[in-house]
Design a protein around this ligand. Structure first.
Ligand code: IVH
Length: 678
């Protein structure tokens, strides 16, 4: 680029960033993802560092955030509210530690063989505020604004119940406490539901909900919003501070301010920082609030002072950020996926985008109503979210970027795979293809289900292979599996002699499945693993189950009217009866559970498993409970007899505690099982 091109690029970048700052900080309605914003900022910083003569005083690199909105009066911060340098990679963290160590060694604050002591905190994804206490009384609260000047949100902050109006001890003069206002996930969901019910706009994410709630001109609205606060720093302070970051935060906690004491940690050296990062990464899915990284701060305030600041950020601190969980991309199309029971799910086909650490090309849109509620249209720019291992989902459209030709999605009236009618029963959210097993998509999905681990457990028979077998007309249902021949299989793509033989062996091995597994494999709607086991135990043979009427079925533990009707309907279908009869005629011999459960004492008791057990897998624990006559459920309710909790048990454990449900560890569960079978 020649000089004028560089100038043009700098100008364009600054204009764009200023606009995005305004959208983010003032309108609470960002139009690009954080990652895209970071990329623009990085380009600007790089260009400016290569051409320092072109840096202007009003460049976004020289100021933080955006000027305050006009609607609140402004507050000039006693000490500017700065930003933090970012790191995404391990090497950047190591380089930070090296810079810090070097400076501290040069200034004699660190011995040559010593490592730096750091204080680690979570980087909360909310909005920064300054709380001014004078002689221990909260007199003013302000947002960060552009770092120099923020908005006066005193009336709003005074409605936040966790923020003390008066400190627990006397602190003379000014104490500016800095921290983050945020909102819990559970409260965010409830808030959005209430917004929907009132016909008001829903918030895209908790950060925007927190910002939108705090920056209400009518503080009575803020008062209804469940805002939280954690303190992590300070501004102007008259009194003498303790000597370390950790000690200051402890002092703030003693004064009655909320501090995230359980998550903050003091560590040594770069390795200590990285260990903290790894631990937080693991615990992040369990937190009830959003964090976008962790913050490392040199612990000793003297050392912080010596390290000082560069332009808009301290040299003594670093934000180690997570890969963004939300990104924006184009919605290329909405296609339908047909599941085992005919449920037709709209799936978003996306322009590939890197989010939550992977490249995402498809995301779920749940159902037709959800698409309408979110007003997502084909051709839109959309926000995509992928948090942890959760299936990526489309959060919503970016309305400011909607192209003129974006078109609404219309659920077709016929199945895209088999052309049968699509029906949506009154009051149900899910539309279904009525083709049943005539529909190749349903056929494939039911076969995938039938051979899965908890059903017939046929190793080596994956989705791709089933696709081929169905497409070539080699199998139509599970009974056909047992007639497959070696010469049919070896002809398939990517199939060698050896793997074909192994597959046949695996199918042969499933010729005497446990009756419960076979019932589960049939894929009867509403019949899960537990119900299938229960049915096997009660009826002892598939023939007996086929003949049972609704009244008989209702006597089975775990079977209610919906399940009973579904089972009867399933066996009324001639095609389904035929599959079972063919199975039997092809010598598939289900094994009934040999006897009634050894113990009847576990009968009727429902267990819920949570967390990782020390020696048993979840599957093993489930089998043991089922075999002893108990039931296993996925959610805790008053009907739950026991919650079996392992390492890193989550919400279910909390629910058990709230509902007063007994909690067992693995040993206690085993003891119970042994006692019951004595
Ligand atoms: S310290 C001088 N600590 O991150 C240091 N900031 O880019 C100033 N944040 O706007 C910030 N958690 O809103 C600090 N534990 C934490 C934080 C934190 C979240 C936010 C803060 C600031 C931004 C810095």
């Amino acid at each position: 680029m020649n000089k004028s091109e560089i100038e043009n690029r700098l100008h364009a970048l600054r204009a764009q960033i200023i606009q995005h700052n305004n959208a983010y900080y003032v309108q609470d309605d960002p139009t690009i993802s954080d990652a895209e914003y970071d990329a623009l900022m990085l380009e600007l910083q790089t260009l400016e560092s290569e051409h320092p003569e072109l840096v202007t005083a009003d460049s976004p690199t020289q100021i933080v955030g955006a000027a305050p909105a006009q609607t609140f009066s402004s507050v000039t911060h006693g000490v500017p509210m700065l930003s933090l340098g970012n790191a995404f990679e391990l090497e950047q963290v190591q380089a930070f530690d090296q810079r810090v160590s070097q400076t501290l060694r040069q200034s004699g604050l660190l011995q040559p063989d010593q490592d730096v002591e750091y204080f680690c905190e979570l980087k909360l994804d909310g909005l920064a505020v300054n709380l001014r206490y004078v002689d221990s009384v909260l007199v003013q609260a302000a947002t960060r604004g552009d770092g120099q000047t923020g908005e006066d949100v005193t009336a709003n902050v005074k409605t936040i119940t966790v923020i003390p109006q008066r400190l627990k001890q006397h602190v003379p003069g000014v104490l500016d406490v800095r921290g983050e206002v945020f909102i819990h996930h559970s409260d965010f969901e409830a808030l959005n539901q209430a917004q929907t019910a009132r016909g008001q706009r829903v918030f895209v994410n908790p950060r925007n909900a927190a910002a939108g709630s705090l920056r209400q001109l009518d503080a009575r609205i803020t008062a209804q919003r469940p805002l939280r606060f954690f303190a992590y720093g300070w501004g102007e302070v008259t009194d003498t501070l303790p000597e370390t970051q950790g000690a200051v935060l402890q002092w703030l906690a003693d004064l009655g301010l909320p501090v995230n004491l359980t998550q903050n940690r003091q560590v040594i050296g770069a390795q200590g920082l990285l260990d903290y990062y790894a631990q937080v990464t693991e615990e992040r899915p369990k937190l009830d609030y959003d964090i976008d990284g962790v913050v490392y701060k040199v612990n000793a305030l003297r050392a912080q002072h010596v390290l000082g600041y560069v332009s808009r950020a301290p040299r003594f601190a670093l934000a180690h950020k997570f890969a963004a969980e939300e990104a924006m991309t184009r919605l290329l199309d909405i296609q339908l996926q047909v599941g085992r029971t005919g449920a037709v799910t709209p799936v978003a086909r996306l322009e590939p985008v890197f989010v939550g650490g992977v490249t995402v090309t498809n995301a779920t849109l749940h159902n037709e109503d959800e698409i309408a509620r979110k007003d997502v249209r084909i051709g839109d720019w959309v926000t995509v979210r992928r948090a942890g291992d959760v299936i990526p989902e489309v959060v919503g459209p970016v309305l400011s970027k909607r192209p003129d030709d974006a078109r609404s999605f219309v659920m077709p009236s016929t199945c895209p795979v088999c052309d049968s009618a699509i029906e949506r029963p009154e009051g149900e959210a899910v539309a279904r293809c009525t083709g049943g097993l005539f529909c190749p998509a349903q056929r494939k999905q039911s076969l995938i289900h039938a051979v899965s681990r908890k059903a017939l457990d046929i190793d080596g028979l994956g989705e791709k292979l089933i696709d081929q077998l169905v497409e070539q007309g080699l199998i139509k249902n599970i009974a056909d599996l047992y007639t497959l021949k070696l010469e049919d299989i070896v002809r398939l793509e990517r199939m060698g002699q050896k793997s074909a033989e192994n597959l046949l062996k695996a199918i042969e091995g499933a010729r005497e499945p446990a009756l419960g597994r076979l019932i589960f494999a049939l894929g009867i709607r509403h019949v899960g693993e537990t119900t299938a086991t229960e049915l096997a135990r009660t009826f002892g043979s598939i023939e007996a189950l086929m003949q049972a009427d609704e009244a008989t079925l209702l006597a089975v533990p775990d079977v209610g009217p919906v399940v009973a009707a579904s089972i009867v309907r399933f066996f009324e279908e001639p095609h389904n009866r035929e599959v079972v009869e063919t199975l039997l005629s092809r010598n598939v011999r289900p094994k009934a559970s040999e006897q009634q459960p050894v113990s009847v004492a576990l009968q009727g008791l429902t267990f819920v498993l949570t967390g990782t057990l020390p020696s048993w897998t979840r599957e093993e624990a489930t089998q043991a409970i089922l075999a002893a006559g108990g039931k296993v459920s996925g959610s805790v309710s008053k009907k739950t007899a026991y919650v079996v909790a392992g390492e890193e048990a989550g919400r279910k454990l909390e629910q058990a505690q709230t509902l007063g449900v007994s909690i067992l560890d693995e040993d206690a569960l085993k003891a119970l099982l042994n006692r019951e079978s004595d």
